[in-house]
Design a protein around this ligand. Sequence first.
Ligand code: NAP
Length: 278
Amino acid sequence: MKKIAFIGGGTMGTALASAACRGNDPADVVVTDVVAEKAQKLAQALGCTAVATNSEAVEAAKFVVFCVKPQFLDGVLAEVKDTFAACAARGEKKVIVSIVAGIEVAHYQEMLQLDGKNVSVIRTLPNTACKIGKGFILIEEGKGLSYTEEDEAELMQLLREAGGFETLPATMFVAGSVLTSTSPAFIAMFANSLADAGVYNGLLRPQARRLALQGILCATQLFLSEDKHLEAFKDDVCSPAGPAMIGVKSLEDSGFRSSVINAVVDAYRRFAEMKNVK
Ligand SMILES: NC(=O)c1ccc[n+]([C@@H]2O[C@H](COP(=O)([O-])OP(=O)(O)OC[C@H]3O[C@@H](n4cnc5c(N)ncnc54)[C@H](OP(=O)(O)O)[C@@H]3O)[C@@H](O)[C@H]2O)c1
């Protein structure tokens, strides 16, 4: 039996399958997609195996990662339900890994009628940087409930090349997920705004892009290196009547902080609604 299968070969399926293939023998990794050519192309690029149907992916591997959009999940679960039951009847252990935003463990258990079957469910939320090994995967605490300590350890081993992991209690999982999974979108907008400003001030676009990203990278590495309040790093840069302090005032005049806070609060609200997405 293969180790891990990915259902859906889009942005996140590609990111996680890439990480799995870096950390394991690609022969142990399976991908599938509703568009067969997409799965075949991905498998070819990673050296792993493409299968034609979602049921074949479930049959093929112990860990099955659902990487489809929330609105397609129920259709996929209905399609693979009998396969999970057949595998359980043969005594095969399966571990379902969800990355689907807003969908709770109970939803998989109800849709697949997993009561008493040999199937674990681990709810996670990765981000796009897993593709290059710099990502972050949040895991919802569920040891002894929906999965075992060994399941979690094995998953972290299989996906170790994706980046870091953190396990959060169920009560905090959505708040954590929103920060790690939506922030790449906000940071891309922020970075491009910095680059636009660089171009406005006379830089060429490639220089402005490179320097804006370098500024974010250098700052982030510094912030992670010291355990002090983030505002203190701002104070380190803002000399009296200096350019950085003038810029800080401009940002405050434009409602920078409240815009960012509102974006994250709105995203959190949307996550909570998504379990009702059909
Ligand atoms: N993108 C992120 O930053 C991010 C972060 C964390 C979690 N997530 C979660 O990850 C999941 C996937 O997101 P994504 O951004 O990777 O979406 P995506 O790029 O649209 O990828 C989903 C893939 O699944 C395929 N698919 C659709 N229906 C299918 C079916 N019935 N059977 C098999 N494959 C099917 C899609 O094919 P078509 O394109 O032909 O429809 C597509 O290739 C979502 O549930 C999302 O909540 C995403």
